[in-house]
Design a protein around this ligand. Sequence first.
Ligand SMILES: [Zn+2]
Length: 462
Amino acid sequence: MALSPPAGTYAVLGHIVDAPQLDVVRGLDEPSLVVVSGSGEIESVHRAGAADAAASLEASGVTVIRLGQRDFLVPGFIDCHVHASQWAYMGTGIDRPLMADDGFLAKYAFPAESALNAQTAGEVYRAAIDDMLRNGTTTALVWGSARLDASEEYVKAVVERGGPRSLIGKVSMDRHCPEGYVETTAQSLADTEAFVLRTKAANDALGLPAGSPPLVAPAITPRFLPTCTAELLRGLGALAEKHDCFVQSHLSESCDELAFSSSLFPGFRSDAAAFAAFGLLRRPSLMAHCVHLQPGEAELLLQHGCAMAHCPTSNFFFAKEALPVRQMLQLGVKVGLGTDVAGGYSPAMLVSLRHAVLASKTLQFRRAKGCATLRDRHNLSHTDGLHLATQAGADALGFGGSLGSFDAGKRFDAVVWAAEGPNVRCYRGGVAEEPSDLLHKLLTNGDDRNIKAVYIGGRRVV
Ligand SMILES: [Zn+2]
């Protein structure tokens, strides 16, 4: 099977599976056909009569890529919270508290980030980009470091590699950071504006097809309330407005962080109220974690069009709490899924997906006696996890109309997974051979070894 797309229009035939909503999975019952234009847009999707449609396309000279019996074409994953600048220590440090003198930030995050410069950052960022693509991530909301030159290396590396699509932030922080890795307020604002302008220019220079989401775009990125003065936050809010720029930060992650930020901003009822007052909750914007919300805080985020990144892996370690994802979605808040490397130890969205399912179980365990509704209120299945990792993430980043599922008019960002291998066992003629079983096996036991191809905008990148 040749998986590299030809020039011009082509089509893919086989199990073309997506999860456009919670509790909804399409494409498992019979083969589908997706037709991709030469500019990387999905022209049409045939959910019935796919084989006949494929035959007539082939008769007119269009190449049809036929997937194997145990292959699945799935939308590319969307990682809504990942620190590319922390790649070097991924897999360690998570047993520390977030805020202590020898904690995660002081001992790992700040030294790793401050070591990045124009000479050293490229190698780290190229590794991060390779790991994301190799694990099926085609779009990410990324954190660089507080250094302008180092963060620009990420932009260069994405343009060079052709993915993943990245909203990328140069971090802003002007207090409570180590000497040598803290900005003045004026420098932080000047560097942030320069980064916004240069990143937009880098994307404009690509000449992407009309209607395409960007390959690179800037995100205004105050680290979190404890490391930002009111003056910096106000200035960043003004820059977001001036350049109509996406905003990301951390919100209500851990109890030690919350106690510190409320002591620094005593005039506000919550983290969200402070961000809102400085113009940093806007549509679209996204806050990571949100696991220790005050009453009314979720409604405030919703009112301002601010999404949440659910980062279950790191929440188990630092937050010691789980986001009630289903309840937030029912409230109307957009919730995507994040790996939170290096607060999370894996760059694979499949790992975050599994941990989101497990985190939902911990909410069901709580007060379980005599409460029959806990399962309904909190349960996430693995296919719900697939929804969070794809369409929900696209919605959270403001790209829901162009990414996240297989529908005509969207971009063809997709991954071919093989439900077969040493980690995903299948015995022909045995039980558990239905497509739904094979997909479940992939979601629970699959990893990068099961990926055959990754496409961004119709172009093969892995
Ligand atoms: Zn983070």
